[in-house]
Design a protein around this ligand. Structure first.
Ligand SMILES: NC(=O)c1ccc[n+]([C@@H]2O[C@H](COP(=O)([O-])OP(=O)(O)OC[C@H]3O[C@@H](n4cnc5c(N)ncnc54)[C@H](O)[C@@H]3O)[C@@H](O)[C@H]2O)c1
Length: 261
C-alpha cells in the first residue's frame, strides 16, 4: 500500500515550483490533492497532472491573503473530500529585494501578508478538523532566510523568521493540548530552482549579466548548486508520513548545506 493512500493534502502555492513538486510526490504515493493557487490555469494544470497519476486532483483558485476565501476553501474541501490530513503552505512571494531604507510600507506589508499572515490564516482554517481527529500534518514553508538573513531581504527574512516562530509555537501548543497525532514543522529550503529563483535572477540581473551568472552566484552552498524542487518535496512527504509521527516543532534545512544550524 502506498504511504498516502486515502490521505487528502491541501497545498497552497501548488501551481508552480515547490508546491507543484510536493503535489506530484504526494500524489505518486496515493494522496488526493487540492491544488490551491492564485493563478487559475496553473492550479488546473497541476490538478490535471495529479489526476494523470491516478489520484484525485482538485484545483482551487484562492488568494491566501483573503481570509473569508481561505475559510470557505476549508469548508469546501471538507464537503467535497471529507477531511484534510496534510496542509502544506507553499504560497509565497520573494519580497521587495531592496535596502530596508528603500522598502516601502506597502512592499513590507505585502511580503508579511502573503508569507507570514496567510500561513496563519491557512493554519487557522484547516487545524480544527485535525484537532478533532487528533491526526494531521501542518507543513509550512520558511526558508534558509528564516535562519540566516541576507542584505536586501529584510521583509522576506522577517516573514520567514516569523514562519519558523509560528510553526514552533504551534507545535508547543499541540503538545499542551495533548494532540500528539498532529505535527507542525517548517521547511527551510534554499536556493531551489523554481520560478521564484528566476524572478530573483531577473530582479538582480545587472545589464549584460546572464541569468546563469546569477544562478551560479546564488548557489553558494556547500554543494555549489541549486537544488531541485523535488528535493524539498521529498522532505515534505517524509514529514507528512507516519514515519515522521515523532518529528514536530522542527525547521528542516534543504539547502545543500547553506545553513548548518
Ligand atoms: N525557490 C527558493 O529558493 C526558495 C527558498 C526558500 C523558500 N522558498 C519558499 O518556498 C515557497 C514556494 O516557492 P517556490 O520557490 O516554489 O516559488 P514559486 O514562485 O514557484 O511559488 C510560489 C507560489 O505561490 C503562489 N502565490 C503567491 N501569492 C499567492 C497568493 N496570495 N495566494 C495564493 N497563491 C499565491 C504563486 O502563484 C506561486 O505558484 C515560498 O514560500 C518561498 O518563499 C523558496
Amino acid at each position: 500500500m502506498s504511504r498516502f493512500e486515502g490521505k487528502i493534502a491541501v497545498i497552497t502555492g501548488g501551481g508552480t515550483g515547490i508546491g507543484r513538486a510536493t503535489a506530484l510526490v504526494l500524489a505518486r504515493e496515493g494522496a488526493d490533492i487540492v491544488v490551491v493557487s492564485n493563478v487559475a490555469d496553473q492550479a488546473q494544470a497541476v490538478a490535471e497532472e495529479v489526476r494523470a497519476l491516478g489520484a484525485k486532483g482538485l484545483a482551487k483558485v484562492v488568494d491566501v491573503t483573503d481570509i473569508p476565501a481561505v475559510n470557505a476553501l476549508a469548508a469546501e474541501v471538507d464537503a467535497q473530500l471529507g477531511k484534510t490530513d496534510i496542509l502544506v503552505t507553499c504560497a509565497g512571494v520573494m519580497g521587495a529585494r531592496k535596502l530596508l531604507t528603500e522598502t516601502s510600507s506597502e512592499e513590507w506589508g505585502k511580503t508579511i501578508e502573503v508569507n507570514l499572515n496567510a500561513t496563519f490564516y491557512c493554519i487557522k482554517a484547516f487545524l480544527p478538523g485535525m484537532l478533532e481527529r487528533d491526526s494531521g500534518r501542518i507543513i509550512t514553508l520558511s526558508s534558509a532566510s528564516g535562519k540566516l538573513p541576507a542584505a536586501l531581504n529584510s521583509d522576506y527574512a522577517a516573514s520567514k523568521h516569523g514562519v519558523v516562530g509560528l510553526t514552533k509555537a504551534l507545535a508547543l501548543e499541540l503538545g499542551i493540548l495533548g494532540k500528539h497525532g498532529v505535527t507542525a514543522n517548517t521547511l527551510c529550503p534554499g536556493p531551489i530552482d523554481t520560478p521564484m529563483m528566476d524572478a530573483i535572477a531577473d530582479h538582480f540581473g545587472a545589464p549584460g549579466a546572464s541569468r546563469e551568472t546569477f544562478r551560479a552566484k546564488a548557489a553558494k552552498n556547500i554543494q555549489r548548486r541549486l537544488l531541485d524542487p523535488d528535493e524539498v518535496a521529498h522532505m515534505a512527504a517524509y514529514l507528512a508520513s507516519n514515519e515522521a509521527r515523532g518529528v514536530t516543532g522542527q525547521a528542516m534545512n534543504i539547502c545543500g548545506g547553506l545553513v548548518l544550524f
